[in-house]
Design a binder for this molecule. Structure first.
Ligand SMILES: O=C(O)C1CCN(c2ccc(-c3cc(CO)ccc3Cl)cn2)CC1
Length: 321
């Protein structure tokens, strides 16, 4: 059996924080943020945690597909900003929607999270699961260091996902590359828990807040990520209808498009409205394009979904809608 994307959905906090809003609370400017990142505004939660955003996405997916919660076999949530380590955000969603038959777990692959999780969900369907939900969801506003203007202006909150079924008549994933390089994990960190007990107190200097070595990540994307995309696509890049790449930085996307020698229009973009929402960027892009009619489920349109970032991780899927 083949997996099929039956529905897509998103959930964004309602509060919009513009670059000018940020300039009122930290030493930055719309000019700097817009020119260096392409970001104009982002959503910031004023009351919903990651599980709340993901629960709404799940409810929308059930409504859009006509599938009942009791019919779901699995719920995967890709996140680097869970409500808790335990219970998983996926379990919180499972309980709130009443998906009594579904097993549920979170997947930690930072900005590659949704691509990793979709690849995992597709395997579950191909090996017997009938219906499942795959969500990328983040509330990064609670993990960023709001005293660090170099990172606080880059990230936003949001969630989006897909409902998979086993009713496909052709393969959903035609090509898949999932990769990591843990030796460069210190280039993007978040959520460090220091060793602390009656017998040992660590003074590592590590912080739990998000840290990023922007230069390292830029170089990683331009060198390694582009190379792995080119290696996967070969001369097939021409046949790809749209590229849905992780929305981290507009200048990086322009560089990737140029290196692939493809027109910019094939690279969907919405980071100007949402900033970098890590695991949520790719599914947010997918859902927006589906809701706009630019992408149509069941159309066999050929897409590249690509995530890259913390871990370091990267992942690319060539999928047929
Ligand atoms: O000074 C400047 O121009 C700064 C230089 C540093 N910048 C960066 C650097 C890296 C990222 C980034 C992050 C991830 C993780 O999701 C993935 C992919 C990328 Cl390319 C985003 N922005 C902002 C503009």
């Amino acid at each position: 059996t083949y997996a099929k994307i039956e529905a897509t959905a998103s959930c964004l906090p309602e509060k919009i924080i513009t670059n000018d809003d940020l300039a009122k609370i930290m030493d930055t400017s719309d000019e700097w943020i817009s020119s260096r990142t392409g970001i104009k505004e982002r959503r910031i939660s004023t009351g919903e945690n990651t599980s709340d955003l993901c629960t709404t996405v799940a409810q929308k997916l059930l409504a859009a597909s006509g599938v009942a919660a009791e019919e779901l076999d699995f719920i995967l949530v890709a996140t680097m900003s869970p409500d808790y380590q335990c219970p998983s955000t996926a379990c919180l969603v499972q309980g709130r929607i009443g998906a009594i038959k579904a097993f549920a777990f979170d997947l930690a692959a930072a900005c590659s999270g949704f691509v990793y999780a979709l690849a995992m969900g597709e395997k579950l369907i191909r090996t017997g699961a009938k219906r499942g939900i795959v969500i990328g969801g983040e509330v990064l506003s609670k993990v960023v260091d709001w005293q660090d203007r170099s990172t606080a202006v880059l990230f936003g909150d949001g969630a989006a996902g897909v409902l998979l079924s086993d009713t496909g008549t052709y393969p959903l994933i035609e090509k898949e590359v999932l990769a990591a390089d843990g030796t460069r994990g210190d280039s993007l960190t978040s959520g460090y828990r220091a060793l602390e007990n009656p017998y040992y107190q660590e003074d590592s200097g590590q912080t739990s807040a998000l840290t990023m070595d922007g230069r390292e990540i830029f170089d990683f994307v331009i060198r390694d990520v582009v190379k792995s995309l080119q290696a996967m696509l070969g001369d097939e890049a021409q046949d790809i209808d749209y590229f849905l790449l992780h929305q981290a930085n507009a200048r990086i996307l322009e560089k990737v498009a140029r290196k692939l020698k493809l027109p910019q229009e094939r690279f969907l973009q919405n980071m100007n409205h949402y900033g970098n929402t890590s695991a949520a960027t790719v599914p947010l892009l997918l859902d927006e394009a589906v809701q706009a009619g630019q992408l149509r489920l069941g159309s066999r349109q050929k897409l590249v979904l690509s995530g890259f970032g913390g871990g370091l991780t990267w992942g690319h899927l060539v999928i047929r809608l």
